[in-house]
Design a protein around this ligand. Structure first.
Ligand code: PMP
Length: 448
């Protein structure tokens, strides 16, 4: 490994970070991570911390998942690459599609289309939704509806349905025909609703009005995360997604569940859709499908949608895909990861550990009034900072930076995104790890 000074200097000189200003890595040098073990990562200076970010919501089984590492090494030895474009396939990806349809059977999702990551998966689902309607003679259904605060990756389609202005303005004009409606963000909601259930009803009412205004016959799909992640961990009221499914059905609109974060256990259930008791038409997955060890994703397709394609004419040819769709090394990693997931059933830990974490954060909110809101579902949690509880004024971002630095020095990597501190540790964390995360959070709050 190059020495610490070389890495720090060249990071600042030659490397642009995603979601950051190019000058920022000079002003605020990043933690340079060089090792991972269990739920811990270690930086170039030898400082070892609990990774409460879980990589980027993806390292669900931690950094020492030997079967996945071994599967990657073995696959590189046997077949490091082959495409699955028309005319060829590979053994690992076939086996994976079989295992995935088994995993997603309760969600009704029986077919898999492979991608290289979450943004790719979203793009494929958006395209296939339009194509589905075209194949059924409804080419006029081209629009998408999505939720404010939703995050759906960075490609132009995903950026267009995304509901956070930060990711939009620099890249205008985005895709036409993308309509946004308010979502279940209770802390700051336009309806002045005071309960999550009331807000859910008001949002659904607004959705009905939006569909009527746009014309149901122009709308291809509604896309949502079962629990909004990057927007600040925003779980909907349990009534929200089932009612939304019913509205979509009534208007012939497909429901795309963006499960890039929520699939494979993070909410405390195998998938986010199952958590709310809903079968989507498409589920976009990536991240934890390989435990983050290989860039890979899958769009899972419901049997009733698949049938339209499989019995359709020329119009139903899937004319999209990636060089790395069905990459055999990614498929081998995913197979090993799913076998471990099936063995460990990490959702059974995510529920109770997530409840401990959320309760601990609520206790901190009682003691530190810089916390405006605490949210969470399973091992997705967030605290939203404010500089004034009464007015919910935005926090002082210099203080938020102090929070993150102090928490890190105390022993926990926490992600800060806008006014939120986000917690998405590996799903294998113990109660002791949760206590470490809470101790470091408190250290961060004191530093604010
Ligand atoms: N959808 C959701 C819900 C996500 O959280 C993300 C990534 N955080 C994406 C899509 C995009 O995935 P990727 O970064 O792998 O392209």
């Amino acid at each position: 490994m190059k020495d610490s000074n070389f890495l720090k200097e060249n990071n600042a000189r030659h490397l642009w970070h995603p979601m950051a200003h190019p000058a920022d890595s000079m002003a605020n040098p990043p933690a340079i991570i060089t090792q991972g073990d269990g739920v811990h990562v270690t930086d170039v200076d030898g400082h070892r911390v609990v990774d409460a970010v879980g990589g980027l919501w993806n390292v669900n089984l931690g950094y020492s998942c030997e079967p996945v590492k071994q599967a990657i090494a073995d696959q590189l030895e046997g077949l490091p690459y082959y495409s699955i474009f028309r005319g060829t396939s590979n053994d690992k990806v076939i086996e994976l599609s079989y295992v995935l349809q088994d995993f997603f059977a309760p969600d009704g999702l029986t077919r898999a289309f492979f991608t290289s990551g979450g943004s790719d998966s979203v793009e494929v689902a958006l395209k296939l939704a339009r194509q589905y309607h075209r194949a059924r003679g409804e080419a006029g259904r081209s629009k998408y509806i999505s939720l404010l605060k939703g995050y759906h990756g960075t490609h132009f389609g995903g950026a267009s349905v995304n509901g956070n202005e930060k990711f939009r303005h620099a890249y205008d004009p985005l895709l036409p025909g993308c309509v946004h409606v308010p979502g279940p963000y209770l802390y700051r909601n336009v309806f002045d609703a005071t309960t999550a259930e009331d807000l859910a009803g008001k949002c659904l009412n607004m959705l009905e009005k939006t569909i009527a205004f746009e014309g149901a016959h122009t709308i291809a799909a509604f896309i949502m995360e079962p629990v909004q992640g990057a927007g600040g961990v925003i779980p909907p009221h349990p009534s929200f997604m089932p009612a939304l499914r019913e509205i979509c059905d009534r208007h012939g609109i497909l429901l795309i569940a963006d499960e890039v974060i929520t699939a494979f256990g993070r909410t405390g259930t195998e998938t986010g859709s199952r958590h709310w008791g809903v079968q989507p038409d498409f589920a976009c997955t990536a991240k934890a499908i390989t435990n983050g060890y290989f860039p890979f994703g899958a769009v899972m397709i419901h049997a009733r949608v698949a049938e339209v394609f499989e019995t359709g004419g020329k119009i139903a040819s899937v004319d999209t895909g990636y060089t790395y769709s069905g990459h055999p090394v990614g498929a081998a990693a995913a197979l090993a990861c799913l076998a471990e997931t099936d063995r460990i059933k990490p959702w059974t830990n995510a529920g109770p550990r997530g409840a401990e974490l959320k309760a601990g954060l609520e206790d901190l909110a009682d003691r530190f009034d810089v916390i405006g809101d605490v949210r969470g579902e399973g091992l997705m949690c967030a605290i939203e900072f404010t500089s004034d509880r009464a007015t919910k004024a935005a926090p002082d971002m210099a203080a938020v930076a102090r929070f993150q630095k102090a928490a890190y020095e105390d022993g926990t990597m926490v992600r800060v995104s806008g006014p939120n501190a986000i917690f998405s540790p590996p799903l294998i964390v113990t109660s002791d790890d949760v206590q470490t995360i809470l101790r470091s959070t408190e250290a961060g709050l004191r530093a604010m």
